[in-house]
Design a protein. Structure first.
Length: 560
């Protein structure tokens, strides 16, 4: 009976110690979030640690995360960080049961690591960025020290033959029988009626409840203050009145949209447009305070522009399809929108920039965002006459925050990681030899023209259809080259030409359809496209790294 009671007490105290660690972790994160709301949201420990993890993750693992989790990759990362923090906090709590001060000091060590990560971020705003991690760690250490103190000191091991000492060290004589079962003395056979040794269950529960309540309030206040900080940016976006474009987009041809169920719409709604970036916290930039700086090699007249100044310039409106380099064959990371913006080549020429083909000193343009992301773009492509722009609007409204408000860059025909800088704040002219931007440092190619691709949108993989005529349809793209032909192969049969929708421009994707005479059984459908230069989409399979996926999209369907 005595051994069972001691084990139960030990397990109970261990569980409460782990709970103390979890509460300390919760208090640390809540205090950090509240502090970050006063400093800047990007300085929160989960954000800076997550950013550091992203920066140090091998390109292949990032590609796996995007492929596996899609646009939920950031959520998965954050949940993983929180789960890790919770596990470490619970372990620290159990450790602190025997080493109270050392356990609390361990929380401070993690705070120091968070502070170091904050200072090491490329978008670090200064020493104040360490405050959320340090304040959070101090709060967590204090909570852990106080809560574990309510559980009493280390469990004393009984001396040889002294079982009473064991029960006393556990802090309660309840349910513990004396070995003899009789007597009132203080000898080895007498029952132990000594008071609990530093064991305060009621005090612990009260302290734990207060901690949870205060931490919840601090976290809620932090989120509320962060929301208020973003109100200025939201107000500036709501106040934007988009000018009429000086060069409107040509009307979309009536036959460009086939209106076939299951096929991607010609114009992707903003809420459905893919998002792939490294920002764990979407920057909320106030357009009234935003500015863009153009400088660097070959810039004879450095310039700066405010958002209002950009809106006063001649604006172009174009339908352009964007594609992410992380898009697998048949993947979802492509979308088409109507963009409004300023011609980037005009701004560069006003700054005195010339393309390399005309003797320009710079062959690479580095675009920097407000979160310090760097993208490198070939100057020649920006200035070769294509509709490269600094976009201010998307599908008739100011850019959504998730897609780069107030201004983003885009260059038709190039994958996004070398052309589509969101939240842009600076353009520096340099050379490929002199500077490697973010993704190039991680193994991606310096130049990344979009590869010719076709995708089957309907029927879906492993679909079951009726035998007879089945509509097979999808989209194909080869931005800045256009799509000339799409063909379908059924099993190992001959390639058969699909019907093409009207082509809006060479910078947009093109819908296609094919009436398949399905016979009963399982079939593999494969699609390939030919671009406007007559080049047929390769069948050679390649992963997304280093310059985009290649191969032909296939689906397996069963007709019956």
């Amino acid at each position: 009976m005595r051994v069972v009671s001691i084990n139960r007490r030990t397990v109970e105290r261990g569980a409460l110690a782990a709970a103390s660690g979890l509460l300390a972790g919760f208090a640390a994160l809540a205090a950090a979030e509240l502090t970050a709301s006063l400093v800047r949201p990007q300085a929160g420990p989960v954000t800076v640690i997550g950013g550091a993890a992203i920066d140090r993750t091998p390109a292949a693992l990032k590609d796996f995360a995007i492929r596996t989790f899609g646009e939920n990759d950031k959520l998965v990362l954050q949940l993983g960080i929180l789960a890790t923090v919770g596990l470490l906090a619970a372990l620290l709590g159990m450790f602190a049961l025997r080493h109270r001060r050392t356990g609390a000091a361990g929380v401070l060590v993690f705070g120091a690591l968070g502070a170091a990560a904050a200072l090491g971020r490329p978008d670090a705003a200064g020493p104040a960025d360490v405050l959320p991690s340090l304040v959070g760690a101090a709060a967590g250490a204090m909570v852990l020290y106080l809560l574990v103190g309510k559980l009493g000191g280390p469990v004393a091991r009984p001396s040889s033959g002294d079982d009473t000492a064991a029960s006393t060290a556990e802090g309660s004589p309840i349910g513990i029988e004396s070995r003899a079962g009789t007597g009132t003395g203080t000898g080895a056979g007498a029952p132990d009626h000594s008071p609990p040794a530093a064991w305060n269950r009621r005090g612990f529960l009260l302290a734990a409840g207060v901690t949870a309540l205060v931490s919840t309030g601090a976290g809620a206040l932090g989120r509320a203050l962060t929301g208020r900080r973003a109100q200025g940016a939201a107000a500036s976006r709501a106040a934007v009145r988009l000018p009429t474009p000086d060069s409107p987009a040509p009307p979309i041809p009536a036959g460009a949209s086939l209106r076939i169920p299951g096929v991607s719409a010609f114009t992707t709604p903003n809420k459905e447009f893919y998002r792939v970036d490294t920002a764990l916290v979407v920057p909320k930039v106030d357009a009234d305070t935003w500015s863009l700086r153009i400088h660097g090699k070959g810039v004879s007249r450095p310039r700066s522009y405010s958002f209002a100044e950009l809106l006063q310039r001649p604006l172009i409106e174009r339908d352009i399809t964007l594609t992410c380099v992380s898009n697998e064959v048949g993947g979802p990371y492509a979308g088409s929108a109507r963009w409004l913006g300023v011609r980037l080549s005009d701004l560069l020429r006003e700054a005195g920039v010339q393309p390399p083909s005309r003797g320009g000193r710079a062959d690479q343009l580095i675009a920097r965002s407000v979160d310090a992301m760097t993208l490198g773009t070939p100057v020649e492509e920006v200035m070769d006459g294509r509709d490269a722009m600094l976009a201010v609007a998307m599908n008739g409204e100011p850019l959504p925050f998730e897609h780069g408000f107030p201004v983003r860059m885009l260059v038709p025909g190039l994958y996004g990681y070398v052309s589509a800088c969101k939240w842009i704040r600076e353009i520096e002219l340099t050379t490929f030899d002199a500077y490697d931007p973010y993704w190039v440092k991680r193994g991606w190619a310096r130049r990344a023209p979009i590869k010719t691709q076709a995708r089957i949108d309907t029927p879906k993989p492993f679909a079951r259809t009726s035998a007879g005529t089945v509509m097979v349809a999808g989209v194909a793209w080869a931005q800045h080259r256009g799509i000339e032909r799409v063909e379908i192969q059924v099993d190992d049969g001959p390639w058969q030409e699909a019907s093409l929708a009207a082509q809006a421009t060479t910078d947009t994707w093109r819908q296609w359809s094919f009436d398949w005479k399905a016979t009963p059984g399982g079939h593999r459908l494969t699609v390939r496209a030919t671009d406007g230069r007559g080049e047929v989409q390769t069948e050679l399979r390649a992963r997304t790294i280093p310059d985009g996926a290649s191969g032909r999209h296939s689906v397996f369907v069963t007709a019956g």
